[in-house]
Ligand binder design. Sequence first.
Ligand SMILES: [Zn+2]
Length: 341
Amino acid sequence: MFEKEIIPYILKQYTKNIIKISVGAQPNSSPHFGTLETIALSFGLASNIMKYDKNKKVIILYEVIDSAPSETSIINEIKYQKSLKYTGKINEFFNEYLEILNYYKNLTGIDYEIRYQKEFNSQPEISNIIKKIIENKEYISSRLDPKYNKIRIRMSCPKCGLTDKNSILNKYENNKIIFNCPIHGEYYADLNKDTSMLEYNSPYRNLIRCIYYTLVNNNSNYDYQIIRVTGSDYAGFYQEEMRYKLASYLGYPAHTLSMIFYAPLILDWSGAKMSKSLYVKEGAYSDIPTAFINYKYLKQEYGLNGLKKLYDIVSNWFENPYMLFRHYTIYYFIKEFEENE
Ligand SMILES: [Zn+2]
């Protein structure tokens, strides 16, 4: 279906003049090669939309998951975490992300915006989305947390940052979520005004983001629409079950939902997604040059030109869009890098 072109299909649904391409990351290490590919692909998509339709303005919307865990502990048999934001670990790697975004901005002329979870959660639509999820908590939690049946919404203790990772002790009363810190006791979020402090696990964040983008896209008071770009390990069963069916159940019809554009996966020799933890822990990738592991090593080997090489590879996929609908082993990139030496 998309053998020769894909942009016109996207623009049938994205009719506003401004399009934001949302891409996210949890900055808890030097960006993996797969993360770099997703960012490069986002700029490639933006650039191809603007080439196709000169009236469109496309911006990268970088959603930072600063609520991702940095430290974890177990107290009274309950798992707690402290976020990247609370521990300050986010600052360790964030400059690398900025360097990459700035490089691609200069290369393509596409601007970017950065949004943290606090700003995301301060949007006026979020409160109603959370209330709706809580109103339907049995249905939603049985599907998004089949093991514990919990609404995986959390908030860090305002005094010490400890967060009940699995939302085990949460209570829901009169538009309030009451949380529990093992040291400081109960604290709460009033869903009419305190949503900015909320955090979610990935499936809940995915659903909330989907509904929020949909509300923005279909509201003429916003002059832009948002497309999400994410790795295609989330394509298929996951999104059908966790996103489309659940949003539809909550009253947002599937055909109105925001679009996801999937970045091809980068696979190792076994066909599994390249994983940095595997590399570090078990030396499983001893045959792969370190430049193809993460940004730090890529830069050591190729300098910023490594980002250019990667961009050239992924932007070529838009010339032959069927190339966007498959996966690639890491050896494909190694070979392409060598051939363009
Ligand atoms: Zn506390």
